[in-house]
Design a protein around this ligand. Structure first.
Ligand code: S3P
Length: 433
């Protein structure tokens, strides 16, 4: 991301109203870019994520020999390397994207050659042991720097593994499956919480056979992949900011169409419904096994109630927790979040930053090692928000700002472009003032 540092002023809103279509899902776009870049033939993706993270994945695949042809801001053609990447002459720059670094490592570990993966300051602080361990158990040669990037891979033939993920992580699961795809024998990943299953669905869409049980995924390698044409569903984690904003205003009305509704990603609907929001889903369709539909939401007349997010729910909602926490003071009964320690190792320490920014807006918050407790019935005032360069923090507090008294200044607003460059324009359109 080369955008200059930006500040944004967010004024309070009277209501949220309108209809939106959102850019393509970030998780699915990463996977389509990687699998398309690895497959045989030319894939075409429309509504591809416009975020900088997925551009990092495309650039890495290009450096590995795939041909990437941008057909506009959100359409791209990718001609794959048919299972054999080119040795990279430079380090592969994953930017801010943990998904790129962790998932591509699995793709590269069984390839021939030496690959170095680097990232920005935030990514260079994030834990990478979680992928080194299973890949090394498969026989891979990985070097980290103090548990972090830069990460170097000396590609070599691997052996299959039966691996149980110690922390629920779709990135780690995908990393192992992408290595398993190229490894003779059956590789299995077991998980205690079913994390997002886009890789399983995408691998099948590209022609691979993947088998599943309730708590495991297996792939028998080696298998080859074949190009596809696909429209990427709208990003439900981007929609979360608008859904939460709409839920805050009694009498709001927001419609989001072509939205990804994969059940492993849709837990936010359960939480918003438990809080009292009125949600309906229409026009449900399946595209490459991903569910897509139209969602309507209205805020309840009596305001939002209260809820607790813990256990498996916390893992499934991990990317939506910052915005849920940011709207919690405006609920009647508050929101308690536990078992979400992973938030501390995302693009920022999201527990600390949410607590600090809520405090700055005048809220009462209790911070735990693994979560936050935020009482309801509070009034917040506009202030300066430090996004810490984290896209989801910048966007979450832009939503809180809609209900605060006075104006809020979001510092590091440019970070929204990591996943959602259109965020501020769409927010301006949906917010009635
Ligand atoms: C992602 C998985 C999650 C999520 C991230 C995207 C993915 O990370 O937080 O934004 O696309 O697989 P973890 O695998 O670290 O839980």
């Amino acid at each position: 991301m080369h955008n200059a540092v930006q500040e944004r002023i967010i004024r309070p809103a009277r209501n949220i109203y309108g209809s939106l279509r959102l850019p393509g899902d970030k998780s699915i776009s990463h996977r389509y870019a990687m699998l398309g870049g690895f497959a045989e033939g030319t894939s075409r993706f429309t509504n591809f994520s416009t975020g900088a993270d997925c551009a990092s994945t495309l650039a890495c695949m290009e450096a590995l020999g795939a041909h990437v042809n941008r057909l506009g801001s959100d359409a791209v053609e990718v001609t794959g390397v048919a299972g054999r990447v080119m040795p990279a002459t430079h380090p592969l720059d994953c930017g801010n994207s943990g998904s790129t670094m962790r998932m591509i490592s699995g793709l590269l570990a069984p390839q021939q050659g030496r690959f170095t993966l680097i990232g920005d300051a935030s990514l260079s602080r994030r834990p990478m042991e979680r992928i080194r361990k299973p890949l090394e158990a498969m026989g891979a040669r990985i070097t980290l720097t103090d548990g972090h990037a830069p990460l170097t891979i000396e590609g070599t033939a691997l052996k299959p593994i039966d691996f149980t993920t110690p922390v629920p992580s779709a990135q780690v699961k995908t990393c192992v499956l992408l290595a398993g795809l190229q490894t003779a024998g059956t590789t299995t990943v077991r998980e205690s919480v079913r994390t997002r299953d886009h890789s399983e669905l995408a691998l099948r869409a590209f022609g691979a056979t993947v088998t599943r049980t309730i708590d495991s995924v297996s792939i028998a390698g080696p298998q080859s992949l074949h190009a596809i044409e696909a429209a990427v569903p709208g990003d439900i984690s981007s929609a979360a900011f608008f859904l939460c904003a709409a839920a805050l205003f009694p009498g709001s009305g927001l419609v989001i169409d072509s939205l990804g509704l994969n059940p492993t990603r849709a837990t936010l609907f359960d939480v918003l419904t438990a809080l009292g929001a009125h949600i309906s889903v229409l026009n449900l369709e399946e595209k490459h096994a991903e569910l897509v539909g139209t969602v309507q939401i209205a805020g309840p007349a009596e305001g939002l109630g209260s809820t607790e997010v813990s256990g498996a729910l916390a893992a499934q909602l991990i990317d939506e927790l910052p915005v849920l926490a940011a709207i919690a003071p405006f609920t009647r009964g508050g929101i308690r979040i536990r078992d979400a320690k992973e938030l501390r190792v995302k693009e920022s320490d999201r527990i600390a930053l949410v607590a600090r920014n809520l405090h700055a807006m005048g809220a009462d918050v209790t911070e735990f090692e693994d979560g936050l407790e935020i009482p309801g019935g509070q009034t917040l005032h506009g202030t300066t928000i430090d996004s810490g360069g984290d896209h989801r923090i910048a966007m979450a507090f832009s939503v809180a700002a809609l209900k605060a008294e006075g104006e809020t200044l979001i510092q590091g607003a440019e970070s929204a472009a990591i996943s959602f460059p259109e965020f501020f324009d769409l927010l301006d359109r949906a917010a009635e003032r």
